[in-house]
Design a protein around this ligand. Structure first.
Ligand SMILES: Nc1ncnc2c1ncn2[C@@H]1O[C@H](COP(=O)(O)OP(=O)(O)OP(=O)(O)O)[C@@H](O)[C@H]1O
Length: 247
């Protein structure tokens, strides 16, 4: 369980986030929603210990320690290294943690995950030879290979066109159900938040409010087709629209 207690973050002396309190239950997805510039990336940068903050970030009640807990961050642009082929990109995280080597079990894990995500046929291609949907699958494979305690997905569909997006959403839903990782998904889309989030954390002017997803009891892959979906989406849109004014 990931817990943020009274988390406040300043950048260049400007207060970006103030007194954020949030508990992210194990093996569930919390969607962090907010418009551009509100502080979503700032929040995950703090969780990754990349920027300083005040307050506490805890894993199972103890200070989050990246030497003990693994966080996998899938960035908006997928973060693949252009000079490595797909297979090397996917293996890279494990190799770095294992003195530049891949043992037999790890090599098998990489292969299993490549198969599961439909990557086997493209594993010798380079990132510039891939479509957006393929790049996303590679980035997810790279993250899952690390067997992370925490998965951070930063706007996972923003780089994909509408045609690919729905397939990518279904694939991600399947993988999240399989891997059961504690997941934080950053999005500006309420629609995505309702599909993916077991709970929603709505960021607004410097702070955030936790909301239970009214569709929590519905299987995520069936939420979009639920008769209540449009009404719930419209209600939440009405509620948050006033909150989403960046000063
Ligand atoms: N490196 C930085 N130094 C100083 N201020 C920064 C830095 N990065 C972001 N900020 C400021 O922090 C605030 C929040 O930015 P952040 O990138 O976290 O927002 P966001 O919600 O992720 O936006 P987007 O959806 O556009 O990615 C903005 O006012 C931004 O100008």
């Amino acid at each position: 369980m990931l817990t943020l207690n009274n988390l406040s973050i300043k950048r260049n002396n400007k207060l970006i986030l103030k007194n954020i309190n949030l508990t992210i239950p194990n093996a569930a997805t919390t969607a962090i929603i907010g418009p551009s510039g509100i502080g979503k990336t700032t929040l995950i940068s703090a969780i990754c210990q990349l920027i300083s903050y005040s307050g506490d970030i805890l894993w199972d009640g103890h200070k989050l320690n990246l030497k003990k807990q693994t966080i996998a961050w899938v960035p908006q642009d997928f973060g693949l290294l252009p000079w490595f082929d797909v297979h090397k990109n996917i293996s890279l995280g494990i190799k770095i943690r294992n003195n530049d080597k891949l043992n037999a079990n790890q090599a098998e894990l990489v292969e299993q995950i490549e198969n599961k995500l439909g990557i086997s046929d493209i594993k010798h291609k380079f990132p510039n030879e891939l479509s957006g949907g393929q790049k996303q699958r590679v980035a997810l494979a790279k993250a899952f290979c690390l067997k992370p305690e925490i998965l951070l997905l930063d706007e996972p569909f923003s780089a994909l066109d509408t045609v690919v997006k729905q397939t990518a959403e279904n694939l991600l839903l399947e993988q999240l159900a399989t891997f059961q990782i504690t997941t934080l998904m950053i999005t500006h889309s309420l629609e995505e938040a309702l599909i993916f989030g077991d709970q929603l954390f709505v960021l607004s002017n410097k702070t955030g409010q936790l909301r239970e997803n009214p569709l929590k009891s519905v299987n995520p892959k069936d939420r979009r087709d639920n008769p209540e979906f449009s009404k719930i989406l419209a209600d939440i849109q009405k509620e948050v629209i006033d909150l989403w004014r960046v000063e």
